[in-house]
Structures are given as structure tokens and as C-alpha cells.
Design a protein around this ligand. Structure first.
Ligand code: ADP
Length: 644
């Protein structure tokens, strides 16, 4: 793939788009999740509030009903008294009418009998109520339920608690009108073996010394009142759809009121259909626990497919020992809640739309900015690329010029040194001829001068030869190939054998060198060793025999591994200030005392550089020097075997 400013800009844009997309996705998901959570918790709160309201509402209905029923029950006695007073007042009016009509026409005893007989057949309170008439002396005149007692005195009659009934009645008759009530115990009509509470109202009919009264059993009134209470409850409806109603169960486990299924009324739990049984069971259980809420599914028509959940509040009515249950269909109540929920949902949707819009606008802006930055990047990169291209062109031009000038210089050095040798050779040849043929004609000075000329020519030849060699290193070297460093070192030492013997030098060779394969030009590596060892011999200390060590180590740079050779001597040493200078061409530190051209180290440096290595030194003047150079490592296996 070609990397250019357009690709980088496109990558930049794509990167921005991906980052924005990921961010938007994460933010979007996060916000929507948060909105959903808010919605859920609002719905939960709403549901909880609804339930609370619903419960409060049912409790309130129960309180109303309980209040009314309690009030009714508490007023049983009052109602009872009112009812019998009304009856007795009517009987009294009747007696008065008879008396007014008959008085003077018949004797009092006959009028008394008329009144008694007029009252005898009258019944009320569902047939249970009747009138009794007694004389104010305690004699019974009318007792429809026990006519056998009529004519007898009941003055000493007691109830099961010892109270003298007749005397109580006579005393009551003596009270002001409207207050003649007397409470006692009397045989219960449905259970004559036992007595039950009874209240009677009596009025004294003074003209005939009579006492007219009527009584009623408290329990009878209660039954009537209960009946009225149930009828009242039957019509009692509540709730949004008016579908809430009351259920009533008696203490002995019968259904007293079931407005949705009146057919259940009067039945016991066991006689109910399964759904009714289940509902009643739940309600009764809850009542036993002291009341509270129950839920069940219910349908008025008994069809399970129409059943809907109901919430029912159960409570106990203490006086009558009733279980009251106020129930309402949950759906009815929740209609308002559903509206609220719809509103909430709408607002949530609005929020989500807004979030999406904001994110979309954010994406657009981010992408526009990304696009703008990427085109800016493209422009800058294009400018930068143009700069680099221009610099590269300049560099290539300079390199080409340098290469050209280098080649020219090498060419020049080569041609110069090569061509200079020619005249030099003829100078040397003619000097030798002159010395040989005319030597004896020269005087002492003449021969000395001739010697100077010959030495000069020889020196010049050396210089030219060295220069020639130097100029050939890059251009005319052999190819670089794997070789054994030890072979080149051997050759070099053989070349220096005479000088080694002459100087009495000791040479220490690192045995590892025998294995070191390098990438090199054999002749040049040999020259390298020869120049460095040659210098170690040449610049030896006058005070001690030369001792030369050649060592091997391994190094590497980021690209490859090298062998690091060093040639150490115990010679005169070099002042560190001259370290740089001695590698320059024709640079010498000992121009007079030791023969040389000052090219040796420059040649070494050039050879090492041609091989891609480094050359440097350490030295202490007066103690010795150590020259280091590196050559790229090669595989010993790749080295060509020496020619046979
Ligand atoms: P040449 O030996 O022909 O003078 P080189 O280029 O080989 O030229 O050396 C340059 C100079 O560096 C020498 O003249 C000498 O002064 C100094 N030199 C080189 N090698 C050594 C050495 N081993 N000990 C001391 N001086 C040295």
C-alpha cells in the first residue's frame, strides 16, 4: 500500500469516525438506559402509589360502612324503643277512641273488655309483636301468647334474674308519657326454655286503671336491623366504575351478602362453587388474621374467561361478629393510573427523541470537524511531503555532485600518482646511470648531492605509490566476501617477519581469532593488519623491546554483529590531542626520526569504512597505544576454502 497524504487523511477521518461512532454508541446506550431506568422507577413509584391509593380508598369505604353499621347497631335499643312506643301509642289511641265512644253507654268493665278484645288480634313486627293489657293492680287482662294467664295476678312474677316483672311494668306506667320503658327478661319465643332480653313500653290508661303495653325481644330488632343493614350494603357501590361492593359473612360461616351473586346468600362455604369457595376462604383466612388485603380473580357470572383481578379489604365488625369485605376490580381503579402511565411514556419517548437528536447533531458536528481536521492534515502533509521531496532532490543532486567530484579526485589521484611514477622512474634510472658512469668524476659534495637526489626520488616514489594505493581502495578493491581474519593476519605477519626479528618484538595472538570469519576484501584486511602492526613496530619505545597483542571481541549495533579486533603495543604512545589528526592523509607525528609517508592510518580508516566498520584508538603517551577496528561477522561455513 502506498502511504501518501491522502491515505493518512483518510485514515485520520476513518479513525475520527470510528471513535465518534463508539463514543456516540456508548453515550446513547448509557443515556437511553438511564432514561429507561428513570421510567421504570417512575412506573414502580406510580404503581406503588396507585396501590396505596387503592388500599386507602378501600379502607375509607370500609370505615364509612363500619361507621354506619356501628351507628345502626348502637341505636338498636333506641330504634326498638321507638318502634314499640309507636305501636303502644297507637293502641292507646285506639283505647281512647273506644272509651270516648262507649263511656256513659256501657259500664267500665264492658269498655275494658271491648278494648282488650280490640287489641287482642293485632300483630306487628313481622307477626311477633302483640299488645298486653294489665290492671294497675297487677291482674293480667290480655296476654295473647298465653291467654291462660288472663284474669290472674302477675304481681309476683319474676324473671330469671329475680326481678318482679309486673311491679316493674306498673312503676314504668307511672312515669311521664314517652318514658314508660322497662327492661326485663322473658321467655324467648323460639326457645321457650330460656329467657332473653326484652324491652316493653307501657302507658297507664288512667280512666279505666289499665296498663297498655307491648314489648319486643332485643334480638328480634337486631335481626331486623341486620336485615336493613345488609339491604343498605347491597345498594352501596363505590369506585370509578361503581363496580366496587361489599361482601358480608356471618360468624357461623354463612354468606350474608353477595351482591354479584345473590344466589350464594344464606349458603355455607361448602355449598359454594369453587371460585366462590376460594374467594370466601381467602377472605375468612384474612379475617382470622385480624383483617387486611387479599387479591383474587373474580367474575360475576362465574365464567372464568371473564375473571378479572380484584383487590379486597377484609375487616371484622365486632358487635354482630360479621366479616366485611370491600372489593373493587383492580382494572377499574387503574384506568386513571393507565392514563398517567401513558403520559409518562410519552414524556420518556420525548426524552429519547431529544437524546437521539442531540447525539445525531453531535455526530454531525464531530464528523464535520473530523473532516475539516483531516483535510487540514492532508494539506499540511502535502506541504511536508513537498518539502521532503525538495530536500531529497537537493540531497540527491549534492550526492551525485559529491560522487562525481570524488570519482574525479580519485581519478585525478590515480592518474597523477600513476603518471608521476613514470618520470620518477626515469629520474631514478638516470641518476643510477649518472652515478655508475660519472660517479668518479664527482667530488665528495657532488656525490652527496647526487645521493640526496636519489633519496628524494625514492621518497617521492614511495609517496606516489602510497597515494596510488589510497586512491584505489574504493574503486579498485576486490569484492567483499566471507574470509577468515586469521589468514589475512598470517600474511601480514609474514610480510613483517624481517622487522619483527630485527626489533625482537613479541607478538601475542588471541587464539579466538583463528575462528573469526569476517566479510572482507582479503588484500585490504591484510593491509589493515600490516599497517597497524607495522606502526606498532615502527613507533616502539627506545627503552624496551616491543610487545604487541592482537585481541578479538564481539560487538553489535542495531543491524548486525561485528568482530572487534585490537592491536595493542607498548610503544611511544600518542597524545590524545592528536587522535583525530593521525587519520588524515600525510599527517605524521614523527616526521624526522621514523621513515614514513603519513598515509598508513588514512588507508586503514578508508579500508575499515569501506567494510562498514569503525576505527579508533586509546593511548597513553610513553606507555603505548591500542588501535581498535570492527569488521562485519560472516559465517565460517561460507568462507571459500584456500586454493590448493
Ligand atoms: P607513517 O607511519 O607513514 O608516518 P601513519 O599514517 O601510519 O603514517 O601514521 C601517522 C602518524 O601516527 C605516525 O607518523 C606516527 O607519528 C603516529 N603513529 C601511528 N601509529 C603509531 C603507534 N603505534 N605508536 C605511536 N605513534 C603512532
Amino acid at each position: 500500500m502506498k502511504i501518501n497524504e491522502a491515505l493518512i487523511a483518510r485514515l485520520h477521518l476513518a479513525g475520527t469516525a470510528i471513535i465518534v461512532a463508539v463514543l456516540v454508541l456508548v453515550m446513547g446506550v448509557q443515556s437511553i438506559r438511564q432514561i429507561r431506568q428513570e421510567y421504570d422507577s417512575s412506573i414502580q413509584a406510580l404503581q406503588l402509589r396507585d396501590l396505596q391509593h387503592h388500599q386507602d380508598f378501600l379502607r375509607q369505604q370500609m370505615t364509612v360502612a363500619q361507621g354506619f353499621l356501628t351507628h345502626m347497631r348502637n341505636h338498636t335499643e333506641q330504634v326498638l324503643k321507638e318502634q314499640i312506643r309507636e305501636q303502644v301509642d297507637e293502641a292507646y289511641a285506639m283505647a281512647t277512641a273506644i272509651y270516648t265512644r262507649e263511656h256513659g253507654r256501657r259500664p267500665d268493665a264492658a269498655i275494658r273488655a271491648l278494648i282488650v278484645e280490640a287489641l287482642r288480634p293485632l300483630r306487628f313486627f313481622g307477626g311477633k309483636g302483640y299488645f298486653f293489657v294489665d290492671g294497675l293492680d297487677g291482674r293480667c287482662l290480655l296476654l295473647p301468647i298465653s291467654p291462660g294467664r288472663e284474669g290472674t295476678s302477675l304481681l309476683l312474677n319474676r324473671d330469671d334474674q329475680g326481678a318482679l316483672i309486673m311491679q316493674g311494668l306498673i312503676a314504668a306506667a307511672g312515669k311521664p308519657v314517652g318514658q314508660g320503658f322497662y327492661r326485663y327478661r322473658w321467655y324467648a319465643p323460639n326457645d321457650p326454655a330460656h329467657m332473653a332480653d326484652k324491652i316493653s313500653y307501657v302507658r297507664a290508661f288512667a280512666p279505666l286503671h289499665l296498663l297498655i303495653g307491648s314489648g319486643q325481644y332485643v334480638q328480634d330488632v337486631e335481626a331486623v336491623l341486620q336485615h336493613q343493614a345488609l339491604e343498605w350494603l347491597r345498594t352501596y357501590r363505590f369506585g370509578a366504575q361503581n363496580r366496587g361492593y361489599f361482601l358480608v359473612y356471618s360468624a357461623d360461616g354463612r354468606v350474608l351478602l353477595s351482591p354479584s351473586r345473590p344466589s350464594h346468600e344464606g349458603e355455607r362455604l361448602s355449598a359454594l362453587p369453587p371460585d366462590g369457595r376460594a374467594a370466601m376462604g381467602l377472605i375468612e383466612d384474612q379475617a382470622e388474621k385480624g383483617g387486611g388485603f387479599v387479591r383474587y380473580d373474580w367474575s360475576a357470572d362465574g365464567n372464568l374467561a371473564h375473571a378479572a383481578p380484584k383487590l379486597v379489604y377484609v375487616s371484622h365488625l365486632p358487635g354482630w361478629n360479621w366479616t366485611l369485605a370491600a372489593g373493587e376490580y383492580v382494572d377499574d381503579f387503574q384506568q386513571t393510573a393507565a392514563e398517567q402511565r401513558a403520559g409518562l411514556q410519552e414524556s420518556i419517548q420525548g426524552k429519547i427523541h431529544l437524546t437521539v437528536m442531540v447525539l445525531a447533531v453531535g455526530v454531525m458536528v464531530a464528523l464535520l470537524l473530523g473532516w475539516w481536521f483531516s483535510s487540514l492534515t492532508r494539506q499540511l502533509l502535502a506541504r511536508y511531503q513537498a518539502d521532503i521531496d525538495r530536500q531529497n532532490r537537493e540531497l540527491r543532486r549534492k550526492t551525485a555532485a559529491l560522487e562525481q567530484s570524488n570519482t574525479d579526485l580519485e581519478q585525478f589521484a590515480y592518474v597523477a600518482s600513476h603518471d608521476l611514477r613514470e618520470p620518477l622512474r626515469s629520474v631514478s634510472a638516470y641518476i643510477t646511470l649518472i652515478e655508475r658512469q660519472y660517479g668518479q668524476n664527482f667530488d665528495e659534495d657532488g656525490r652527496m648531492f647526487l645521493g640526496f637526489v636519489r633519496d628524494g626520488a625514492k621518497r617521492m616514489d614511495r609517496l606516489v605509490l602510497d597515494l596510488l594505493q589510497f586512491s584505489r581502495i574504493d574503486r579498485l578493491g576486490d569484492p567483499i566476501r566471507p574470509m577468515m581474519a586469521a589468514a589475512a593476519l598470517d600474511e601480514a605477519l609474514q610480510g613483517l617477519a624481517a622487522a619483527i626479528v630485527e626489533t625482537g618484538a613479541a607478538i601475542d595472538l588471541d587464539p579466538a581469532i583463528a575462528q573469526a570469519a569476517v566479510l572482507g576484501d582479503f588484500a585490504q584486511v591484510e593491509r589493515l593488519f600490516q599497517n597497524l602492526i607495522g606502526n606498532a613496530l615502527k613507533y616502539r619505545s627506545p627503552e624496551r623491546a616491543p610487545r604487541i597483542g592482537i585481541t578479538l571481541a564481539e560487538t553489535r549495533d542495531e543491524d548486525r554483529a561485528y568482530w572487534e579486533f585490537s592491536v595493542r603495543d607498548n610503544g611511544q604512545g600518542i597524545d590524545p590531542a592528536s587522535f583525530e589528526r593521525i587519520f588524515g592523509i600525510f599527517q605524521r607525528l614523527h616526521p624526522r626520526e621514523v621513515e614514513g609517508t603519513g598515509i598508513g592510518l588514512a588507508v586503514c580508516k578508508r579500508i575499515v569504512e569501506r567494510h562498514g566498520g569503525r576505527l579508533w584508538l586509546e593511548s597513553v603517551p610513553g606507555q603505548g597505544s591500542r588501535f581498535y577496528f570492527t569488521l562485519p561477522q560472516a559465517e565460517a561455513a561460507e568462507v571459500d576454502p584456500p586454493p590448493p
